[in-house]
Design a protein around this ligand. Structure first.
Ligand code: SF4
Length: 285
């Protein structure tokens, strides 16, 4: 049974009513442009509704390789913190206890994630970790009101994500609001909200520039997305650019391809990406 239930949009509340109705508002931030624009938007709505004190920003840190090279773009977690602090919101960083993305790949999964191979990178490294924060915040909400954790009305959690329809056909099929019944319990209800789902990239950048809040310098290097520098879902162009900008990380992924005897992606290996990056480097020099 599908545990995500679409909300009837014809009777859906306004964005301001969405935040006003929530007891706990969790904003997921990768520190990328879409998260950043979404955070700015939610901050405005929360201020308008007088519920800014209900917002917490969560960043899921994906860890480093065994030699200490960050999987995300350097400075990402710190940027996510600064963005949250700009709005005065509490900030939480999560890390998977059993290991980051590289360790999970090398020691547990033994295959790169991706289409047809499962998106365990997102579910295990991001969603599961963020849900632990949701649980903690829901408990704190009850206790702060002198209530027993598992009695009475469940805490209403609004779980905000910066997904945009333009990014992929899969995202284009997502609704703006979904009730996540798989995350419901006596403690909490969780409503997933994609408030900028139908924003264009131009609208995202306009919002960021108007806010004056710093964005990640990788965008000025030509990257179109942030999060993992070498994302299994990225375009070939972004991957080649990332391999040029982060040759040490690309080399570690290529070595892992050999060790696991499994290609980074069905349509291109990390070795191919590195070779293309090297060609492009020659063209530019
Ligand atoms: S950025 Fe890409 S590789 Fe990294 S967790 Fe997300 S989907 Fe997986």
């Amino acid at each position: 049974m599908n545990q995500l239930q679409l909300v009837d949009f014809t009777s859906a509340p306004s964005p301001c009513d969405m935040v006003r109705a929530a007891d706990v508002i969790v904003v997921n931030s990768s520190a990328g442009k879409d998260s950043q624009a979404m955070l700015d938007y939610v901050a405005e709505l929360a201020a308008e509704a007088g519920v800014s004190d209900r917002v917490t920003v969560v960043h899921n840190d994906l860890g480093t390789t065994d030699t200490g090279i960050p999987i995300e773009w350097p400075g990402t977690a710190d940027l996510a913190r600064r963005q949250a602090e700009h709005y005065g919101f509490p900030f939480v960083i999560t890390r998977r206890e059993k290991g980051g993305l590289y360790q999970q790949l090398r020691n547990e999964r033994l295959k790169f994630p991706g289409p047809g191979l499962g998106r365990w990178c997102t579910s295990d490294q991001k969603t599961s970790q963020a849900m632990k924060v949701v649980t903690r915040l829901a408990k704190e909400h009850k206790r702060s009101r002198g209530l027993k954790v598992y009695s009475g009305e469940p805490v209403k959690v609004l779980y905000c994500l910066g997904l945009r329809a333009q990014e992929s056909p899969g995202r284009a099929r997502k609704p703006v609001i979904e009730e996540d019944h798989s995350a419901w319990s006596d403690l909490r209800t969780v409503t997933r909200w994609n408030p900028i789902l139908h924003w264009t990239e131009t609208e995202v950048w306009d919002r960021i520039k108007a806010s004056g809040v710093p964005y990640h310098p990788a965008y000025d290097e030509g990257m179109t997305r942030l999060s993992c520098s070498l994302c299994v879902l990225a375009s070939r162009d972004d991957l080649i650019r990332a391999a040029r900008l982060r040759p040490d990380l690309a080399a570690e992924y290529a070595a892992l391809e050999t060790e696991l005897d499994h290609q980074f992606r069905a349509d291109m290996s990390m070795a191919d990406i590195i070779a293309a990056a090297s060609e492009r480097q020659k063209e530019h020099s």
